[in-house]
Design a protein around this ligand. Structure first.
Ligand code: ADP
Ligand code: MG
Length: 595
């Protein structure tokens, strides 16, 4: 709370200073601050897209340009109001982002940044070659904005509009990050499988984020056009895009404030260089590019977190580790629960499942059933194909042959996220958590498919009831696994064994019918294992069905109702624990490993 209050004080001070600037500063400072505000708006989109979402765009200036040209064209050649220009600009930017996003966001690795460069180049070229857009001379005589008859032609008036927009955009982004869609965006770096396991579609999350960032750039473009009253192609080329990216990186991709700090840093530095360099050389323009490149390289080497990253490290060192606490808020109505199937009815049925990896048959014609309210153990020596089996029945991997039925659905070939939405929740042998998100947020991600709020609703804070329900549910699941008092700690600070348990809480937040756990007890101490066993038994009593891979035979034998034993990809035997333990084939398979 204290840290929160401190931050509010900082923000209040910043607002006061910014509000006083036009009265105190000269016109040069005001127009520099106008540029900084516009740059910050674009950089804010990049902090979200690149910093939080992990997708690098070298084409952001193109979106600024589309909006600027859109409003410039509409208001000059068509004589329409700049406010209609705003709608038109945002519509055009949003649609272009949607189209370009749909074409490029499925590309993995370096293809996305590369394609954004191509996109940035071609848009700038387009501006320079269309007659209606004034070719290289651009469009001039763009009208100034008017609010209720009050003209914003004066940069000092424009200043207030720009910074109010920047403030609102910061608020929107801040709200967004602490919401259902925000957690999905923050989960993007964890990979598509993590998101799909909670019922989210990584592609759609990334696409909506891409459009959001483009709309921020669009807003900046609209402001730019009506501030300068003139547009030409060069401020929207790839060089400008790189400058925006540099702002985001220099300020700190990890934090929203990084956009403001970075925009200020880059533009002040650029202005300084433009004053100083001509005194030293006649090739100032080229030297400026070199100076910026050097700055970029230095940043990447010494301060990847940017200025805000350094600042944060410094303040954290001074403050020591923050006291963690529970998430305590007044209780709200809980999220609705799923109707669990009646005990004994068939929940899962695997029939002749086969998985080949090239020549290797990892799962070979395996069949078994799981009934509601059972705990079934899947055991076998290392490399027997257990994790692969789990990946098949959760549709994380496509099957080579066979069928899987879950409840009334044939889920073979269904996307993983859809299966998750049906109530099949899982944990991973190789933990998939977001280490820089709190325990609470990690678990709250699990409730994704039970809730609906999107980016707009979250950014405008219209999702608060649902958000409270989600956090309450997440806290309840954390309490259940005994980590309730550490809700606000970072997941990455937990020992690996405990991280596995945290994944169980995330799976439980999805209100599952069937819980699929891959080696949940690995890395736990004896007492923690006992607590885990108690939790799983309690879940069984509540009617949750559980399928578990586990190596600790003692633990498994005491826990499960039935066992399926795999060896070399095939099913060896199936039966109650005592029968399996006595089976000679099982003993032979385990010879040499610890039983
Ligand atoms: P278990 O979980 O029982 O230890 P796995 O299902 O992880 O076994 O692995 C079964 C076999 O399949 C192993 O031989 C493993 O090397 C192989 N395997 C698993 N995943 C892949 C993959 N993605 N590509 C190729 N081979 C794989
Ligand atoms: Mg495994």
């Amino acid at each position: 709370m204290n840290a929160n209050r401190k931050r509010m004080a900082w923000i209040a001070a910043l607002v006061v200073v910014l509000a006083l600037v036009p009265a105190l500063a000269g016109s040069f400072t005001v127009s520099l601050l106008n540029d900084i505000g516009i740059g910050a708006l674009v950089a804010l989109g990049l902090v979200l897209l690149t910093g939080v979402g992990g997708a690098t765009s070298f084409g952001q200036a193109a979106f600024v340009g589309i909006a600027a040209y859109a409003t410039a064209w509409l208001t000059t050649t068509q004589g329409m109001s700049p406010w209609i220009g705003l709608l038109f600009a945002l519509l055009l930017t949003g649609l272009s982002a949607l189209a370009i996003g749909m074409l490029t966001l499925r590309l993995g690795g370096h293809f996305l940044p590369l394609s954004t460069i191509a996109w940035g180049l071609s848009i700038a070229m387009l501006f320079g070659n269309v007659d209606a857009l004034g070719r290289h001379t651009g469009l001039s005589n763009i009208p100034a904005l008017q609010i209720a008859g009050w003209s914003l032609a004066d940069p000092r008036a424009m200043y207030y509009l720009i910074w109010v927009v920047v403030g609102l955009a910061c608020l929107f982004s801040h709200n967004l990050l602490q919401s259902r869609p925000g957690r999905a965006i923050r989960g993007l770096r964890g990979g598509a499988t993590l998101l799909a396991s909670v019922g989210a579609d990584a592609y759609r999350v990334r696409l909506s984020l891409f459009v959001t960032a483009a709309l921020f750039a669009g807003l900046a473009g609209w402001l730019y056009a009506h501030m300068n009253r003139f547009v030409s192609p060069s401020p929207f080329d790839v060089r400008a895009s790189i400058e925006y990216l540099l702002m985001a990186v220099a300020g700190g991709l990890g934090q929203l404030a990084g956009a403001l700090v970075g925009a200020a840093l880059v533009l002040v530095l650029k202005n300084g260089l433009q004053d100083v360099l001509p005194m030293l050389t006649q090739r100032a323009g080229q030297l400026e590019a070199v100076a910026f490149a050097a700055l970029f390289i230095l940043l990447l080497h010494f301060a990847r977190g940017g200025v805000m990253g350094l600042l944060r490290r410094w303040t954290r060192r001074r403050a020591g580790t923050q006291g963690a606490s529970r998430h305590d808020a007044p209780p709200v109505e809980p999220l609705p629960h799923r109707q669990l199937p009646e005990r004994g009815t068939q929940v899962l049925s695997v029939n002749g499942a086969v998985k080949r990896f090239g020549g290797l048959v990892a799962v070979n014609d395996v069949s078994f059933d799981v009934k509601a309210g059972e705990i079934v153990g899947l055991i076998g020596p290392n490399g027997a194909g257990k994790s692969t089996m789990f990946n098949l029945l959760t549709c994380t991997l496509p099957m080579s042959a066979g069928q899987v039925r879950f409840l009334a659905h044939d889920i073979g070939g269904m996307p993983q996220r859809q299966v998750a939405r049906l109530g099949l929740a899982r944990t991973f042998q190789h933990v998939k958590l977001r280490p820089h998100m709190s325990l609470l947020d990690n678990v709250a991600l699990g409730a994704h498919s039970r809730t609906r709020s999107g980016i707009l609703k979250a950014g405008l804070r219209l999702d608060r009831t649902e958000e409270r329900q989600i956090l309450q549910e997440a806290q309840r699941q954390l309490d259940r696994i005994g980590l309730g008092d550490r809700a606000h700690e970072l997941a990455g600070s937990l020992p690996l064994g405990t991280q596995r348990i945290l994944e169980i809480a995330r799976a439980l937040a999805a209100d599952p019918v069937l819980l699929v756990l891959d080696e949940p007890a690995a890395g736990l101490r004896r007492k923690e294992k006992m607590a885990l066993g108690d939790l799983l038994r309690k879940l069984r009593e509540e009617g949750v069905t559980i399928l578990i891979v586990e190596h600790d035979m003692d633990f498994v034998m005491k826990l499960v109702d039935r066992l399926v034993v795999m060896n070399f990809g095939s099913k060896l035997v199936e039966g109650v624990p005592s029968a399996v333990r006595a089976d000679e084939r099982v003993q032979a398979a385990y010879l040499g490993s610890v039983v």
